[in-house]
Design a protein around this ligand. Sequence first.
Ligand code: ADP
Ligand code: MG
Length: 236
Amino acid sequence: MPLLRAEGVTVAFGGRRALDSVSLTAEAGRVTGLIGPNGAGKSTLFDVVSGLRRPRTGRVRLDGRDITREGPARRARRGMSRTFQHLELFGRLSVRDNLLVAAELGPGRRHAARTADAVLDRLGLTALAEDPADALPTGVARLVEVGRALVLRPRVLLLDEPAAGQDAEETERFAALLRSLAADGTAVLLVEHDMSLVMSVCDEVYVLDLGHVVACGPPALIQRDETVLAAYLGEA
Ligand code: ADP
Ligand code: MG
C-alpha cells in the first residue's frame, strides 16, 4: 500500500479547473517529483494533500486511510509536513527560534531544543542559528523553511520549490539531503523547476500541465517524453 495517494482530485476556481481528476502516489523511501509549467496546478495539489483546500471530487489517502475531510493540523499530527513556495518564516525570529516554534508543536516537543539543534546540524545551519531569518539570503531561508518542516519528523514531506534561490553549491548539498531523507524512509514529494535537481534526485516524476497529469515515470523516460517537451516548449 502506498504511503500517500491522491485519487481523482478535481479543484475548480470559478469555472476553471486547476486540477482535473489528478491521481498521484508517493512511496516511503522515495523522492517523487512533481513538475510542470507555471499554473499547472502543483501548489494547488499540495494544498489539497496537506488539507488547506478541499477538492471538489477525489480522495487523499495516507496508509490507505481516507483523510480527505481532515484539516491540516490533524494531517500534520499524522506525519505530513510541507513548505511553501512563498516563504513563511518569522522574519524577526532567529533561525533557531523559527525551528523551535515548530518543534514545540511536533512529536519531539518534550525535547524541542534538542530536536531543533539536531535539524540545524543536519542542514548545516548551526553557525547561522542566531541570525534573524529576515537577514538571510533566499537560498538559506529556503533551508530554514525545510528545517521547520523537518523538526516535525514527517513521514511525508511536501516541498514546494525548495531550491528556488539556491546557488549551485547549495543545490548540490540539498540534493544529498533529499536522498538522505528518502534513505531514512521519508516519502518526499518535490515540486521544483530546477530540472537537473529533479532528474538527479527523483525516483519517479509526475508531469502536470493545465491540471492534468500528462506523464509519469522514471526521470530517464520523462526527459525524452514528447508530451513533456511539448508542455514546456508550449510555455516558452
Ligand atoms: P503551479 O503551482 O503549478 O504554478 P497553482 O496550483 O498555483 O500552479 O495554480 C494553478 C491554477 O489555479 C492557476 O491557473 C492559478 O491561477 C489558479 N489558482 C491557484 N490558486 C487560486 C486561487 N486561490 N483562486 C483562483 N485561482 C487560483
Ligand atoms: Mg506553485
